[in-house]
Design a protein around this ligand. Structure first.
Ligand SMILES: Cc1cc2nc3c(=O)[nH]c(=O)nc-3n(C[C@H](O)[C@H](O)[C@H](O)COP(=O)(O)O)c2cc1C
Length: 187
């Protein structure tokens, strides 16, 4: 199974980036082919139909290509004011636009699977953002694994080398395995 793994944060020291990297390593160890995506490498303007009318930004097509080639996504998102950060919504909105080959952007999501995680220094670990991300991905046509993972007090949960301190690994594996099992049963 080919999985695209990314964090919904652009921050260098992002907790979600650390969690996404842990998730990527765990998925690889489970036998998945993993592509780790750093959204900093594909900067996109805030969606504006005028920009699209002038010609689709090249990074939209580059990102769509990555998504088209993936069987599913593993996402770790921050929570901003109880919702997903703008960069996550903006990326999904651009992705939903027409692809270079003329196919609709919606086809990048339909019948694919997503596993969702979050990390926050707070007590809920970004749980509220997960509810909205789940809803958003489902609206795009994805099956979202019922098992999810929110890492609370995340600023205390990583070693200096960015490895995860505590024993959350099993819960993260449960998300990955749920994603893999969906893929297996829908091939
Ligand atoms: C605009 C803004 C709003 C935030 N709102 C929330 C929130 O609703 N819940 C929460 O747990 N943390 C909130 N935070 C704190 C983030 O969880 C924290 O900055 C976290 O480290 C961001 O994720 P990152 O480390 O992956 O960049 C907010 C931070 C910002 C900048």
């Amino acid at each position: 199974m080919k999985l695209l793994v990314f964090a919904g944060s652009l921050r260098k020291a992002s907790l979600n980036r650390k969690l996404a990297k842990h998730i990527a390593r765990a998925a690889e160890a489970e036998g998945c082919e993993v592509i780790y995506l750093d959204l900093n490498d594909y900067p996109l303007p805030v969606y504006n139909g005028d920009i699209e009318d002038q010609g689709m930004p090249e990074n939209v097509h580059r990102l769509q290509e990555l998504m088209r080639n993936a069987d599913g996504f593993l996402i770790s998102t921050p929570e901003y004011n109880g919702a997903v950060p703008a960069v996550v919504k903006n990326t999904l909105d651009w992705m939903s636009r027409k692809q270079k080959n003329g196919d609709s952007g919606g086809q990048l999501f339909q019948a694919k699977v997503a596993g969702i995680c979050s990390a926050s220094p707070g007590a809920l670990g970004g749980l509220r953002a997960l509810l909205l991300l789940r809803d958003q991905l489902a609206k795009l046509g994805m099956w979202v694994a019922p098992t999810q993972f929110a890492l609370s007090k995340a600023s205390e949960q990583f070693h200096d080398d960015d490895s995860l301190k505590s024993d959350h690994h099993e819960r993260i594996l449960a998300v990955i395995r749920s994603v893999m099992s969906f893929h297996k049963s829908h091939q």
